[in-house]
Every structure is written in C-alpha cells, then in structure tokens.
Design a protein around this ligand. Structure first.
Ligand code: IMP
Ligand code: MG
Length: 180
C-alpha cells in the first residue's frame, strides 16, 4: 500500500511545480522590487508553495502566516474565523497573499477585505492553482495564477483530504471513490 495507489493521475510533477513557481516568482520579483512586501501564507495548504516560491523571489520580503477556517454552514457568505492572526503589522505595507488553490473564492474575498481594513498599502493574491467551479459566484481578484485546473479533487504538495496527502511531492487527482 503506497499513497500513489490513491491517486488517479498525477497532474503536476515536482518539476512542473518548480517551473510554475519560478515563473510566478519572477513576476513577483519584477513587481515588488524595493517594496519590501509581506508574503502571507494561509495555513496549512500553502506552506510548501510559500517555502518554494520565496526561494526564487529575488528581493527583500517578509513572511507571515494566517490560519482561518470557514464557519460551518456559512461558507457561501465567506464568513471565516481567524484561528491564527498575523504577527506583523501590515499598515502601509504591500501584502501578497499566498494561496494553494482558489475554488469559490469565498475565503479569499474575506481575507482580502480583512487585510485592506488594516490599512495595507496594497493587497494582491498569488495562487498556485485556480479551479473555477460553476459555483463561483463571486468575483475574485487573483493577480498571479500558476495554472488553471478542471473540476475534481486534488491533493499533494500541501493540499489535503481530511488532513492526509499533504506530504506528496506532486499534485494529483484523488480517486473519487475515496471521497464520494
Ligand atoms: P474557497 O473558499 O472555496 O475558494 O476554498 C478554497 C479552499 O478549499 C482551499 O484553500 C483549500 O483548502 C480547499 N480546497 C478547494 N479545492 C480543493 C481541492 O481540490 N483539494 C484540496 N483542497 C481544496
Ligand atoms: Mg487553503
């Protein structure tokens, strides 16, 4: 029994992820040079992406982390609970939110508003994966997108199913019989 048995198809290998991440990092280097941005990763799914992304961003930056959870039953309103707040004051700072995957965008919209209300100078989003599902009713303002994926549940490289599979080095489609 290996984890690979639970994966239908590998969508992005370690090499693919590295290539996408380097491309995003060079866009961020160009746009944030001399701005000393704060990169805010949303726990826990974004930790691997954050770790790899910043290695290729060639300008000064600071890292911070937030943990949020959607209130059960109110996901569509995007109302979220802050489990771990930032340790940096972001007033007057350029903030880059680092996300693993955007689906409905509900969580992200809430966080963007929340960070703007703390008077950040700018707030932009970089996501590794974009999964534009039909239920995405909200306009989500994501400036930097690694790649767009079709519907289906993906795991690995930080992404989980019930807290498992985050440790896979690649991103793959989880076999539907495991979550249906
Ligand atoms: P949203 O608020 O609907 O955009 O939800 C995005 C969050 O849902 C992501 O940060 C992930 O934690 C989770 N998520 C959405 N799709 C997937 C997936 O295919 N695999 C793993 N987690 C997912
Ligand atoms: Mg997440």
């Amino acid at each position: 029994m290996t984890l690979r048995n639970d994966i239908d198809e590998i969508l992005f290998s370690e090499e693919d992820i590295k290539e996408i991440t380097k491309r995003l990092a060079s866009e961020l280097t160009r746009d944030y040079d001399c701005k000393n941005p704060v990169f805010v990763a949303l726990l826990k799914g974004s930790i691997m992406f954050m770790g790899d992304l910043v290695k290729y961003v060639d300008t000064h930056l600071e890292m911070d982390f937030m943990d949020v959870s959607s209130y059960v039953g109110t996901k569509s309103t995007g109302e979220v609970k802050i489990l771990k707040d930032l340790s940096t004051s972001i007033e007057g700072r350029h903030v880059v939110i680092v996300e693993d995957i955007v689906e409905t965008g509900a969580t992200l919209n809430y966080i963007i508003d929340f960070l703007r209300s703390r008077k950040a100078e700018s707030v932009e989003v970089v996501t590794l994966l974009d999964k534009p599902i039909p239920e995405r009713k909200l306009e989500v303002d994501v400036k930097y997108i690694g790649t767009t994926i079709p519907e289906g549940f993906v795991v690995g490289y930080g992404l989980d199913f019930n807290e498992n599979y985050r440790n896979l080095p690649y991103i793959g489609l989880l076999k539907p019989e495991l979550y249906n």
